[in-house]
Design a protein around this ligand. Structure first.
Ligand code: SF4
Length: 425
């Protein structure tokens, strides 16, 4: 069969469809680049915001219109609304998150005892979801109850994947030529809590058991980290980038969010990270217009965001998700005020991100090229990432996709840097 895999939302969803691709291929099926080429499709849906849920439904309708008669809906939105998902055109199967690991076996009606669908070498997905870097799922679910979060509802209790399974996936990615592996999960920092271990041990095992050249960590909740954790960065294979969701810089707002952090503890953690990891990029997530957020709380949050001098991040306009505590809270902020606060926060983040980028003009840094586009007589336009998550453009006489080159940073150019390749490989 020709199978099309689509995903909306987070890196975890991306890593899951990559695993499904390996399993379908192991069962003798072909993964195709677009729905119009497919006999069957799987859509890994998202519910993190109202927009993401709408995008998920839109993707399913688009695939049905492209002529795919058998669609499998899975992921967070389909888990929260299985009836609605099942009513969408050509959806013949809804696989909720708790059964997602067995989706390929169930869909192909295969018996685990008679069919081994592991391990195949990772091959980047064809088409839109092609990723140079390999996202590896190490953990699922979450035991926290942040009041705005629907993911913890859709993904269930926190659970860690075994070290051996993670190592197998990483090796399959490396055998497939991946130069960078990104560890991902719903609550990555809680890996090991159910195994009497800690993420630190998993990272040490990965460095001991594989020769992954670049290892990156996805989002980490600040309360899972301490000074010891940052000593891992003595290993140059660990990318100097920490994505620490702050969500708000106001203590009282953080309390209503049920976040296990405060501005003081966040400030202290960031200070240790910057002392310990040279050039570390600290990026973040912030919610604008959380219920009850007064002008004073917003001003407090803005001051803190400016003080933290982040290297970048995302600002989300609060989106009340049915089934969360925050959706039922009094003091919902007017949508136009949420949007205005979002814009102000974005401008502040962009300003600190720009000054962070400017620090690296004139420096030579390794860059992993993720995309190439031909520019005729001028050669090839390359786009890639440094270890500290700076996006870089450069021109090369030949395509350098998935290669790591030494690049001198020449200038800041919008949200990235312009560079010159000084040494290949
Ligand atoms: S820690 Fe993250 S995944 Fe867990 S409830 Fe909070 S925001 Fe959601």
């Amino acid at each position: 069969m020709k199978i099309y895999l689509d995903t909306i939302g987070c890196r975890l969803n991306q890593s899951e469809i990559e695993t499904m691709a390996r399993q379908f291929r192991a069962a003798g099926h072909e993964i195709v680049a677009s729905a119009d080429l497919a006999d069957m499709a799987v859509v890994n849906t998202c519910a993190v915001t109202t927009e993401a849920a709408a995008d998920s439904r839109g993707a399913i309708r688009r695939i049905a219109r492209a002529g795919v008669e058998e669609i499998v809906a899975t992921g967070c939105w389909a888990t929260l609304y299985p009836k609605q998902a099942g009513d969408l055109p050509n959806v013949l199967r809804v696989v909720t998150n708790d059964r997602k690991d067995r989706l390929v076996l169930e869909t192909l009606d295969l018996r685990p005892a008679t069919f081994d669908i592991e391990p195949l070498v990772r091959v980047p997905l064809p088409g839109l979801h092609r990723r140079t870097r390999a996202f590896i799922k190490v953990q699922d679910g979450c035991d926290n109850r942040c009041t705005f979060c629907i993911t913890t509802v859709a993904r269930g209790a926190g659970r860690s994947r075994a070290v051996a399974d993670v190592l197998l996936d990483i090796q399959s990615a490396l055998d497939g030529g991946a130069k960078e592996v990104v560890l991902t999960g719903v609550h990555l920092g809680s890996w090991g809590y159910d195994l009497r271990s800690h993420l630190t041990e998993l990272i040490k095992a990965i460095f001991r058991e594989t020769d992954v050249p670049r290892l990156r960590l996805s989002s980490l909740e600040p309360w899972d980290l301490n000074a010891d954790f940052f000593s891992l960065w003595t290993n140059p294979r660990l990318m100097p980038h920490l994505h620490l969701p702050l969500q708000s810089g106001s203590e009282s707002t953080l309390r209503r969010m049920a976040r296990k952090t405060t501005p003081d503890s966040f400030r202290a953690l960031v200070a240790i990270a910057r002392e310990t990891i040279p050039d570390v990029a600290i990026t973040t997530d912030i919610i604008a217009g959380f219920p009850g957020e007064t002008e004073e709380e917003f001003a407090e949050s803005m001051d803190f965001v400016c003080e933290m001098n982040f290297a970048g991040g995302h600002v989300f306009t609060f989106s009340p998700r049915p089934g969360t505590g925050a959706a039922r809270m009094k003091g919902q902020v007017k949508p136009e005020v949420r949007k205005k606060r979002n814009r102000i926060l974005r401008e502040a983040l962009e300003e600190s991100a720009k000054s962070y980028r400017e620090r690296f003009v004139g420096r030579e840094m390794p860059v992993l090229w993720e995309s190439t586009s031909e520019m005729g007589e001028w050669g090839w336009k390359m786009e890639g990432l440094t270890g500290n998550y700076l996006r870089v453009n450069a021109i090369a006489p030949s395509p350098r996709w998935n290669e790591v080159d030494q690049v001198r940073m020449e200038s800041v150019f919008g949200d990235r840097l312009k560079g010159v390749i000084v040494k290949k490989g």
